[in-house]
Structure formats: C-alpha cells, structure tokens
Design a protein around this ligand. Structure first.
Ligand code: G3P
Ligand code: CA
Length: 375
C-alpha cells in the first residue's frame, strides 16, 4: 500500500526548502511542515478524488484515500438539525437531485434541510450526466456524507490513513460551527495528544501531529478556529476581490467585458504588494501556519483564479515562517509551474496525477481502486 513520504518527494522538498531557509534565516518550509506533521510537499485531495468520482461522496474519498493522498479535503456545513456534513456549494442544485425531490425548496440553502432530508438526495447521478466519459453506474444514488462518515473513511484503510483538511465554508451562515467542529473532532479522538507510538508514524498522516488541518477564507473564522483549537495547524485561504485581498481594479466581471470568468480572474491582482502582504501578516498574527492561495491555470477553466503564487509571494510567505498550499491544480504543466514557484503543497481534484507527478507509489490505477471499493 502507498506510503505518504517518499524519499524522492522528501529530497525534492529539502532541496527547495534549503535555499529559502538559507536566504531568509527562517526555518525552512520542509522543517516547518515536518514540525507540524504535514507532508512536504502535501497532496490534498480536493473534495476527494473529485475528477474521477462525484465530489465529496464516499466514492471520491475512498479513492483518494486508497491512492495514497495525504489529506481528504472537505467543505463543512451544518444541517438544520445540527449535523456537520460535507458539501461545497451553498445550495444543493448542482450536485444533487433536489429539484426533483424538493421542487419548492430547490433554491434553499443546504442548511435549511435536516440530515434525514439531505440523505434522501442522489449526490452522484449529476456527475454521470456532466462527465459521461467518467460515468459509472454505481455513482447513481451516492449520498451526501456527514463529517462522521468522512472520518470513518479516513480511518478505514489499515494500510493508509490520510488526514483531514477541513474548510469552514461560509462560516457566517453557521454561528458556532468552529466549536461544533472541535467537539466532533474531540469525540472522535482526532484532537488527542499524539502518543509516543503514533508520533513515530510519519508515514501515516491521519495518525500523526498534522492529522487535521483547518482552512478558511474568513478572518473571523480563523480567529475562532484558533481559539477553539490552538494546537491544530491552520491555513488562511487567499483570494483577490470581495471579502479577500483588495484588488487593483474594482470592475466587476459584468463590467469587465471579459469573455469568461477565468479570463477576468486572471487579470485580477492585488492592489499592490502591501495588500497581499497584509493578508499573510494577518495569517501569521492569528496563529495560522500557512496560506492557501489561488492560482491561474494554464488552460483557465472554472477553477482558475488570480495568480497568488508568484515566486515573490511564496518567498514573502516563507520569510514569515509560513507554508503555501495552493488551490486547485490538476495538470502537470501547472504542478511544475507552482512547484517551481515554491509552493509546499497542492489541492488537486486529481490525486492520482499529483502522486504520479511527485513519483509517489500507488497500489493501483484509478479504475482498479474504484472497482475494489464497489464502484
Ligand atoms: O479549500 C481550498 C479550495 O477548496 C478553496 O476553494 O471553493 O473549492 O472551496 P473551494
Ligand atoms: Ca474547499
């Protein structure tokens, strides 16, 4: 089964990190990651292996786990009856059949549904329609997962236990979600001090010190996460525009005349260097161990945003003693570009491709592992 720290990845990261540490006098990014129990560079499976299987479902998370990803990434929401679950969008339209099951409530936010209602939804069939070349009959009828169920999946393979990389999504909709998350992680033993036996296990992220990483775009949520879980590594996600780093241009997409959103975002940049630096400084001051910046993708597309991983930006972040985990990269050309620019980990929908890029071993192909899991 896969291991999470390969010698080649470690060597590469040591080479990348060493120069920066020498240049700045700070702890190298590799040393900083290791001190926090975070693999370097880290493979963060964005909503699971979500290129190959419906995002945030058991199929996607089990595949990411069994491929050997370091972390299962999820966006956290809370149901009307108080249960934490994994879903990216504010509402259920894109990734479920809510319009069929609850036509009058199809536009309602996901948090207006009880868990029992959420569990009636089909969270897999949309994928088969959207991506017929990757469709599988067993994806139909997949369910939305609770945080408990994602934890079960993370713990479910005795030979590889990934960590969890949890985002408080739209935290203003969920007052107190940071405390709820802490309570759940504590109940499940994911906040327990690491015993001497487990501390030696650098090969299993989900059993080590960095077993959970918390992430948010929201400054207030970062502060609350730090208050609730000061010992858990935290990442402040970075974005140019409303709610994020001040932009050079205040033109909206509609006003810009750009042909698509990716083109618009690619032209968006921080107002000046100081606007970027202020967010990094804030992350540091509030106890984060790193930032999660956006990137502009070579092929653009709907996950291409402002380029916040320019080499000077990564250097500035490293100089502050922080790590850089960039979102969301799926192609070799961009893996190379962001690694060359100095990032310390990558959110990817294609864990299999990133593991391959890092020359890390996998126990089987995507198709084989999906079949082993009954898909
Ligand atoms: O959490 C990192 C990345 O996932 C942020 O973007 O919108 O996919 O949650 P989003
Ligand atoms: Ca996310």
């Amino acid at each position: 089964m896969p291991v999470t720290f390969t010698q080649s990845a470690l060597l590469l990261s040591l080479m990348l990190g060493f120069g920066q540490a020498q240049a700045t006098g700070q702890q190298s990014p590799t040393a900083l990651a290791t001190a926090n129990g975070i693999p370097h560079p880290a493979v963060i499976a964005h909503r699971g292996a979500s290129f190959d299987a419906p995002e945030s479902t058991a199929a996607a998370y089990k595949l990411a786990r069994d491929l050997g990803a370091d972390y299962l990434e999820l966006d956290l929401q809370r149901s009307k009856d108080g249960v934490l679950f994994a879903l990216h969008d504010d509402n259920l339209q894109r990734t479920t059949d809510v319009a069929i099951k609850f036509p009058e409530r199809k536009d309602s936010p996901a948090n207006a549904f009880t868990l029992a209602e959420l569990k009636t939804l089909d969270a897999g069939s949309w994928f088969n329609t959207a991506y017929p070349d990757r469709a599988r009959a067993h994806y139909a009828g997949l369910k939305i997962l609770t945080l408990d169920e994602v934890i079960d999946i993370a713990q479910g393979n005795p030979l590889h236990k990934p960590g969890l990389y949890i985002e408080t999504k739209e935290p203003k909709q969920f007052p107190g979600i940071e405390r709820d998350l802490k309570d759940k992680l504590q109940d499940r033993g994911w906040l327990s001090p690491i015993g001497s036996k487990l501390a030696k296990s650098e090969l299993s992220v989900g059993q080590g010190k960095g077993k959970v990483v918390l992430q948010t775009f929201d400054k207030g949520s970062l502060e609350m996460l730090h208050k609730e879980m000061p010992q858990v590594p935290k990442i402040l996600l970075l974005w140019v525009g409303a709610g994020g780093i001040d932009a050079k241009s205040n033109l909206t997409y509609a006003e810009s005349g750009d042909k698509d959103k990716a083109t618009y975002y690619a032209r968006q940049e921080p107002k000046d260097n100081a606007a970027f630096e202020q967010w990094v400084d804030y992350a540091k001051a509030q106890g984060a161990i790193g930032t999660g910046p956006s990137a502009t993708l070579t092929r653009l597309g709907d996950q291409s945003y402002s380029d916040l991983v320019k080499p000077w930006m990564n250097q500035y972040t490293h100089d502050k003693g922080l790590l850089v985990h960039v979102y969301t990269i799926d192609d070799d050309v961009d893996y190379k570009k962001v690694m060359d620019a100095g990032v310390d980990g990558i959110f990817t929908n294609r864990a299999s491709e990133l593991l391959k890029y890092y020359k890390r071993p996998m126990t089987g192909s995507v198709a084989q592992l999906l079949e082993v899991n009954g898909y």
